[in-house]
Design a protein around this ligand. Structure first.
Ligand SMILES: *Cc1c(COP(=O)(O)O)cnc(C)c1O
Length: 435
């Protein structure tokens, strides 16, 4: 792109755009911003100046098989030649029907059998919560009004989803609106609850195995299974937020498979379309679904939906992504990549005085930065994590931190060499910024 055109775009961006989770004063002041991405191929992104970067956080946790994968590209193009969008209110479309069948087919028969499509992770959560609330009303379980969520949780930014969240910076300001929520920090705390307290709970919602926005915090092994048992014992729904962990990130198709847990509601988004389009799905059981059946005048209908529910282009992309999992045997190729991530992270943390520890599940990792002098935490106001990630650009890596935790979430298509390269780039960037 010609330099004057880049400058023009930068100025217009600063004049009119408002970026998510971004202090726009800094953004507008920065000479380097915005970095304008113009194309992508596989796990590589190219900017307007022709620089190439490894997409170290899968374009904020969405991309699965790489950018411009011919199978998904073709699936979308074919659908585009037919129709881009039509309503799911009163009509249906083939990609949505086929994708729902495929998703249900990823779980044991007779478990999750119904799919409600929405637009993003937040609305997948809202959909699950509203289904749970209406279910209790329909069953006249009036006492079951409350939700339980976990400290550090992140379930999205719409009002209800945000109210479940456990990260104060995102939620405190909007406190007082949203679902009635009890927050707990661990399974042990929940085990302390009396039967009576548990009887007021509608549903527990959790990010299984690993909490993303908390800074890649991992749960103890076996915890998810214990939570399922607790829910069963107390007649409580289990809502799994697999918006981040779904579609191979953890080494299995879904995180819940690691502990052989089937939730009552499963929320999917980010990777559902391979990271191509905004589409989400809330899966649930036939027994939940059946509670909503009745004559029209009984008003059991789930009066909920969005304009773009079951968008055909998004569903076509989702079908393309699932086809790649099959045709390219994607899951079978993961152990070698996970091993490369583990080995290089371990070596980097041992070597670098700026890294204290890392946590990893499958191809999802967080690396904590520390003060090399004291070995203690950094002052978050100094934005060290953000500065390290910015410096990593120079070494060919794009990713974002969660405060002073660096994150890596390479697309599943990455090679072992690319993954090692990414860890290396983070280490170099930390040295550059912190020494
Ligand atoms: C990203 C995310 C969400 C929200 O998804 P959006 O598509 O951004 O609305 C919810 N839960 C988890 C675990 C996420 O990582």
């Amino acid at each position: 792109m010609p330099p004057d055109q880049i400058q023009d775009l930068r100025q217009l961006d600063k004049a009119h755009l408002w970026h998510p989770f971004t202090q726009m004063q800094d953004w507008i002041a920065s000479e380097e911003d915005p970095l304008i991405i113009t194309s992508g191929k596989g796990a590589t992104l190219t900017d307007s100046e022709g620089n190439e970067y490894f997409d170290g956080n899968s374009s904020i946790w969405t991309n699965i098989h790489g950018h411009c994968h011919p199978t998904i590209d073709e699936a979308i193009r074919e659908q585009l030649d037919r129709i881009a969008h039509c309503s799911a209110l009163g009509f249906s479309n083939e990609p949505a029907i086929r994708l729902a069948e495929k998703l249900v087919g990823l779980f044991p028969a007779g478990t999750l059998s119904r799919v409600f499509f929405t637009d993003d992770g937040s609305t997948a959560i809202e959909c699950a919560c509203k289904m749970a609330i209406q279910f209790r009303q329909l069953k006249e379980e009036t006492g079951r009004s409350d939700f339980v969520s976990f400290g550090g949780a992140y379930h999205g930014d719409t009002m209800g989803a945000a109210s479940l969240g456990g990260i104060g910076t995102f939620t405190d300001r909007f406190g007082g609106t949203g679902y009635p929520v009890h927050r707990v920090d661990s399974m042990d705390r929940l085990n302390d609850w009396s039967d009576e307290a548990a009887s007021s709970v509608n549903a527990v919602v959790i990010e299984p195995l690993i909490q993303g926005a908390a800074g890649m915090k991992t749960w103890p092994s076996g915890m998810l299974k214990q939570l399922r048992d607790w829910c069963d014992k107390h007649g409580v729904f289990l809502i799994l937020d697999e918006v981040m962990t779904g579609f191979g990130r953890t080494g299995r198709m879904f995180a819940c498979e690691h502990e052989e847990v089937i939730p009552d509601f499963l929320c999917l988004a980010k990777g559902l379309t391979g990271g191509y389009m905004p589409l989400a799905a809330t899966l649930t059981t036939e027994s939940v679904f059946e509670a909503f059946l009745g004559r029209y005048e009984e008003l059991k209908t789930f009066f909920y939906g969005h304009s773009y529910c079951a968008n055909p282009l998004g569903c076509a992309a989702g079908l393309g992504s699932l086809r790649i999992f099959e045709e390219e045997n994607v899951l079978a190729g993961l152990p070698e990549k996970i091993e490369a991530l583990q080995t290089s992270l371990k070596a980097a943390v041992e070597r670098s005085p700026h890294f204290s520890e890392f946590r990893r599940v499958g191809l999802v990792a967080g690396i904590d930065l520390v003060d090399a002098g004291t070995g203690g935490e950094l002052d978050w106001k100094k934005e060290t994590g953000a500065r390290v990630c910015r410096a990593a650009r120079k070494y060919g890596l794009l990713t974002r931190p969660v405060r002073d935790t660096l994150t890596l979430m390479p697309p599943l298509c990455s090679t072992a060499d690319q993954i090692t390269f990414a860890v290396d780039a983070l280490e170099k960037a930390a040295t550059k910024v912190m020494e």
